[in-house]
Design a protein around this ligand. Structure first.
Ligand SMILES: Cc1cc2nc3c(=O)[nH]c(=O)nc-3n(C[C@H](O)[C@H](O)[C@H](O)COP(=O)(O)OP(=O)(O)OC[C@H]3O[C@@H](n4cnc5c(N)ncnc54)[C@H](O)[C@@H]3O)c2cc1C
Length: 523
C-alpha cells in the first residue's frame, strides 16, 4: 500500500532516514519494519515559534516494495533535418526551454546568443569583479544561460498559473540538479552548480541537431511587409526561419531601441527599483530562528526572510533574498551601476543580502514622459548612472549604513560587505529619487518592527538594485502569443514582460514553443 502522510519532526531528525520511517510507522500505528521506504513530496521549515519544526508530506510504501521515484525526462528528437526552423534570440532560461520544447516536437531551434559560453563568460565576470571592467556582451546578464546562470538559482515562483512548474524542475534535475528541488518549499540550486546544468542543456540541444551559436548579437529584424522572416547579426550574417522568438532579457536595451526605431509596438512597463541590503547572516539567523545567541543550530539552513509593506502609496518589498550570499555587480554597460545577489549551493558566505525595492509607475516619473514608451528604461538608466558616479568609478558602489540611510546621516565608516568591486560611503538620498528614498527609509523602520534587530547600523545599504524586471513590455496576442503587428514574431520571457525569474521565464519559453508548434504543426 502507498499512503500520503504528513509529519512534523525536529530539525535534527529531518535528514535521518530511520527516524522518518519510525515516525511514519507511529503515525499509522504499525511496526517500522512494515515501512519499506518513502518519497518526500514536500518539505518546509516552520520557524514561527521558538521550537522549529520541519514539515513533511511523504508518500510511504507500507507492506510493499519501495519503488524509486519515477524520472520524467524530455524525449528529444533528431531535428538536424527538420523541415521547420525557429530562430531564438537569447539563450537565457526562456530561450533554452523554448529550444528544448521545439526539439521534443521535431522542430529545429537556431539559438543566437550575443554572449559567450559559461566558461569564457566566467573570465569576464572575474575582470568585472577584480578590475571594475565590464564587457557589454558578456557579464552577469549576457551569455550562455542568460541572467539565470550566475544567479542564485532560487526556483520558486508565484506564477503557478502560467505553466507546469514541476515539469521545469524535472528538466533541471534531468540536466544535473539535485532531486531536493522537486520537493523543497524553496528550491535552490546555487551559482556554483548552475553553469554545468546550463552546459548540459546546450549539449542536449546540439546533440539533437539544434543549432547554438555564441557571440551572435542580433542587431536587426528582417521583415517582408508585416511578416518577420529572420534576423541580422552584428557580424553581418542573416539567419532565416519560420518564426522568431525574442527572448533577450530585461537588460537588452538595444533590442528595445531597435523595436522602437522600427516602430514595432512596445509599451512602457512598471517595475521596481531600490537598493540591496546586507546583514551579517548570524544576525538574520538569530532573528528568524528566535535564538538568544547568533549561533545557528547545525541542522538548520542559513535563514532567509521576505518582507513587504505599503509606504506612501508605494509597495516596498524584499526581492531575491540570498542567505549566505554575495552582492554582485550586474551592470551591462560602462558607467552604469547595478547590483544583484547570488549564493552558492551551500549558502555558506557570512552575509545575508536582499534586494529592497519600491514599485515605480509611469506617473511617478513625469520628467521622463518625453521618452514615451522608453520612459521607464531611461529612468532606470539615469539612476544607474548616478549610482556609478557616486561610487567613484570602477563599479565601486555607493553605500550607507541602514539607520544612517533612514536618518540622512553620512556613515563615517562602512561595515564589511561581500561586494567585490568595493563600496564607497555616500549619501544615497542624493542618488535615489525622493519618492524611492523616502519609501525605503520608512520601510526599513517598519521591517525592524516585524523583525526585531533588522533595522540596524550593522546592515549596509548598497545602490542600486534596478534590474528587477523589464521596464518595457513587447505586446503579444493572448492566444497565438504573436506580436499584434508583426506575424511570426514571438516576444518571450522576462525582457518582453512575461516572466520575473528563472522558472517563470522557462515556462514562458515552453508556452511560446507550444504556440509555435500549434501554428506550424497544427497540433
Ligand atoms: C545575479 C542575478 C541573480 C538572480 N537570481 C535569481 C534567482 O535566484 N531566482 C530567479 O528566479 N531569478 C533570478 N534572477 C533573475 C533571472 O536570472 C531572470 O529572471 C531570468 O534569467 C530571465 O530569463 P530570460 O530567458 O527571460 O532572460 P535572460 O536570462 O536575461 O536571457 C536573455 C539572453 O538574451 C541574450 N541577448 C540579449 N540581447 C541579445 C541580442 N541582441 N542578440 C542575441 N542575444 C541577446 C542575453 O545575452 C541573454 O543571455 C537573477 C538574476 C541575476 C542577474
Amino acid at each position: 500500500m502507498q499512503k500520503k502522510i504528513t509529519l512534523r519532526v525536529l530539525p535534527s531528525e529531518a535528514e535521518n532516514d530511520d527516524a522518518l520511517k519510525s515516525y511514519i510507522a507511529a503515525s499509522e500505528g504499525i511496526a517500522s519494519t512494515r515501512v519499506s521506504g518513502y518519497h518526500i513530496l514536500k518539505r518546509s521549515i516552520d520557524a514561527r515559534s521558538r521550537q522549529i519544526w520541519i514539515n513533511f508530506t511523504l508518500r510511504a510504501f507500507i507492506d510493499e516494495p519501495y519503488l524509486y521515484r519515477a524520472k520524467h525526462e524530455l524525449q528529444l528528437k533528431d531535428v538536424s533535418r527538420a523541415e521547420k526552423k525557429i530562430i531564438i534570440v537569447g539563450a537565457g532560461p526562456a530561450g533554452l526551454f523554448a529550444a528544448l520544447h521545439l526539439i521534443e516536437n521535431g522542430i529545429q531551434p537556431v539559438l543566437l546568443e550575443r554572449g559567450k559560453d559559461v566558461r569564457a563568460r566566467r573570465r569576464d565576470l572575474a575582470l568585472l569583479n577584480k578590475e571594475g571592467i565590464v564587457n557589454p556582451e558578456s557579464n552577469y546578464c549576457f551569455g550562455e544561460g542568460g541572467a539565470g546562470t550566475y544567479s542564485d538559482g532560487k526556483l520558486y515562483t508565484r506564477s503557478n498559473k502560467r505553466g507546469d512548474i514541476n515539469r521545469i524542475l524535472n528538466v533541471f534535475v534531468q540536466f544535473g540538479a539535485e532531486e531536493n528541488i522537486l520537493y523543497d518549499a524553496h528550491p535552490h540550486i546555487g551559482t556554483n552548480k548552475l553553469p554545468q546544468i546550463i552546459t548540459a542543456m546546450r549539449h542536449a540541444i546540439t546533440d539533437s541537431g539544434g543549432i547554438f551559436l555564441f557571440e551572435k548579437k542580433v542587431i536587426d529584424f528582417i521583415t517582408d511587409r508585416d511578416i518577420i522572416t529572420g534576423v541580422k547579426t552584428s557580424d553581418n550574417n542573416i539567419f532565416k526561419g519560420d518564426a522568431v522568438i525574442v527572448a533577450t532579457g530585461h537588460s537588452a536595451r538595444d533590442i528595445f531601441h531597435l523595436l522602437h526605431d522600427k516602430q514595432i509596438k512596445i509599451e512602457a512597463k512598471s517595475f521596481a527599483l531600490g537598493v540591496r541590503i546586507e546583514h551579517p547572516q548570524p544576525l538574520i539567523d538569530k532573528i528568524q530562528y528566535h535564538q538568544l545567541t547568533s549561533h545557528r543550530a547545525i541542522y538548520l539552513p542559513p535563514a532567509s526572510y521576505s518582507l513587504v509593506e505599503q509606504v506612501n502609496e508605494h509597495g516596498v518589498f524584499s526581492f531575491c533574498m540570498c542567505p549566505g550570499g554575495i552582492i554582485a555587480p550586474a551592470a551591462t554597460n560602462p558607467g552604469e551601476l547595478v547590483v544583484n545577489g547570488w549564493s552558492p549551493s551551500k549558502r555558506n558566505n557570512p552575509f545575508a543580502n536582499s534586494g529592497m525595492v519600491v514599485n515605480v509607475e509611469e506617473k511617478d516619473i513625469p520628467a521622463f514622459r518625453k521618452y514615451g514608451t522608453l520612459a521607464m528604461m531611461y529612468f532606470q538608466q539615469s539612476i544607474e548612472q548616478k549610482a556609478y558616479n557616486a561610487g567613484g568609478g570602477k563599479f565601486a558602489a555607493p553605500a550607507q549604513r541602514m539607520v544612517d540611510f533612514s536618518e540622512k546621516k553620512s556613515s563615517s565608516s562602512l561595515p564589511d560587505c561581500s561586494y567585490l568591486p568595493g563600496v564607497h560611503a555616500s549619501l544615497l538620498n542624493e542618488v535615489l529619487p525622493t519618492f524611492i528614498y523616502q519609501a525605503l527609509g520608512k520601510g526599513f523602520k517598519k521591517f525592524g518592527e516585524k523583525m526585531r534587530g533588522y533595522y540596524t547600523n550593522e546592515a549596509i545599504v548598497v545602490a542600486t538594485e534596478s534590474r528587477t524586471s523589464s521596464p518595457v513590455r513587447i505586446p503579444r496576442d493572448n492566444i497565438s502569443l504573436t506580436h499584434p503587428q508583426i506575424k511570426n514574431l514571438y516576444p518571450c520571457g522576462e525582457g518582453a514582460g512575461y516572466a520575473g525569474g528563472i522558472v517563470s521565464a522557462a515556462m514562458d519559453g515552453e508556452n511560446v514553443a507550444r504556440a509555435i508548434e500549434a501554428a506550424l504543426l497544427k497540433i
